[in-house]
Design a protein around this ligand. Sequence first.
Ligand code: MN
Length: 710
Amino acid sequence: MFTIDDLADRLGGYLPPDEIQQVKRAFYYAEQAHDGQRRRSGEPYVTHPLAVANILANMHMDHQSLMAAMLHDVLEDTGVSKKALLAQFGKPVAELVDGVSKLTQITFEDKAVAQAENFQKMVLAMSRDIRVIIVKLADRLHNMRTLGALRPDKKRRIARETLEIYARIAGRLGINTIRVELEDLSFQALHPMRAERIKRAVASARGNRRSAMREIQSSLQQSLDDEGLKGTVIGRQKHLLSIYKKMRDQRKPFADIMDVFGFRIITEDVASCYRILGVVHNLYKPVPGRFKDYIAIPKANGYQSLHTTLFGRGGMPIEVQIRTREMEAMANNGIAAHWLYKAGQTTHPIAEGSHARARAWVKGLLEMQRHAGDSLEFIEHVKNDLFPDDIYVFTPKGDIMELPQGATVIDFAYSVHTDIGNNCIACRIDRHLAPLSTRLESGQTLEIITAPGARPNLAWLNFVTTAKARSAIRHALKHQQQAEAVIFGRRLLNKALAPFETSLEELDESVFARAFKELDVSSLDALLESLGLGNRLAHVAARRLVDVAHGENTDCVLSADSEKAVVISGSEGMVINFARCCHPLPGDPIVGHLSVGKGLVVHRSECKNLGDRKNDPEKLFALEWSDNINEDFPVALRIEIESRRGLVAELAGVVTDADANIERIGIEERDARLSIVNLTLSVKGRVHLASIIKRIRNLHNVGKITRMTN
Ligand code: MN
């Protein structure tokens, strides 16, 4: 059995003794924490983390990754807390373990298969330290190697998840040794019969071809030696899943696929690669169109190599890959190749921190790319793959939603469903209540709390980022305005009906039906809405209704009640607007002007802007303030005051003491002594304003104070 001492011996090859000691300490800690737990195979549980650490040791990963591997199931499966790990092993290791545990907690259910792509991106977005993924991949690899003891359905589920997600992530990160093994193990678990058949066929084909392989290999090697080129020729085997996929996707019989001889030539430097290519093309005739230069233009995951196919004896194709030793390490280990190469250096690059590591890897790719000339597309590809700009969050049911960076709770709500957005009143992020403007992070689970009848808020437009949310909010607000217009239109129409000593409620259905035709509206709501929005006049509509009700000629029944004012409170919503020209305040004499499409605009009676509108008396309304008003209203003041330091603070103090808010403040200096302050406040009404002005007057050297209109 493989023991911690075996591992320690192996680590001696690339880690200093004190770090090996720390890895051992993590092992003993895990052994104790998992004490009494067994794997399904019957072995003590700790054999699993030990094996995971061993996989990482083969990749020459650093001691912190190995410690995290030892401890990776401790948070999940034992009573140990993250805090305890932090105290025992320090922050970097505790963070790694926490990161791996978080990935483990995300269970990939069957329904999520279609979301595999998003899931991969989510995993990457969540793993700010790339080592988290590498430890997780090693964990999954060992679980796949020991899958035998599980129930068949569970086996299949894990195999599918491995294939869809972890093998692809390994591929994305260029860790091909792990990718290939994960793929073959998954394939065997999903299709045991097919895998077995291919395996046997490969073995027998290999036997038959052994002498041909050996012949080609030695002639390749010989021609390198003749030219004095340093290089090693290796025979290549296809792995099971790639054979199966070729048979399935290209509908080729097994014999055709195995009819290809694969070789790899590993050499010292890039120049030798191209020279060897020349030698090889000289030895066998190349198949036209099959040469690929991945050295000049690397693949997105950093893979570099020359590929060519040759005509062997009898036209048998020979595939040859030519690359340097470094490229070979990169092709096998991808992002993990860094640790392989940095080993033996005194400073550990990992200590610099997480994200920086992965960035360095990408930077390496970019530098390679620079030699090959600029390719923005390539750069974008790598960047998006490794550092997705988008964020990925869960619905309570476990579906993954993709949102742009910076998206908020409201964006999420609207992306689930427009109704959920419209009725959203609160939200829980990972079970905790959070503000609706909270920016989301990958991996969070969101639960939106809705209330029937709740409506979107105009202020949401200030922080939403998605077009869908924006247009849905605008749309809903427009609806709201319509609803409010109907209510206000009813008030206006009833007021206009009052002089005829009737009301909407008293009029007969049949009257409406006939009058609507004449008024060219389809329903009462449509009529009320157009009245509320100021698109038609209430007294005209009232006259029409009364005419229809009584037969023509109703002039005689006009009562003296017609001058009764409409009472407003400021909380009517979007169909009553307060004019920006004169800023009317409760207490001011006011008058209303029906403005097409906007509804009623409230002006102060003395407002100069009303001038030309007075020619249009049908659109002017007498208005009165309600007795109970709870809204704040804006008012603009112009204050002449002595220039001095701290003036703004002084004014702000006075306004706040008077229980009002400053909306805007602007200062223009008239001369060295005198400043003009333009102040916009929100106040309760005239009385409130008077008390504020009085306080301002009490300041030093105040000149004229003017309430601004027009
Ligand atoms: Mn595990």
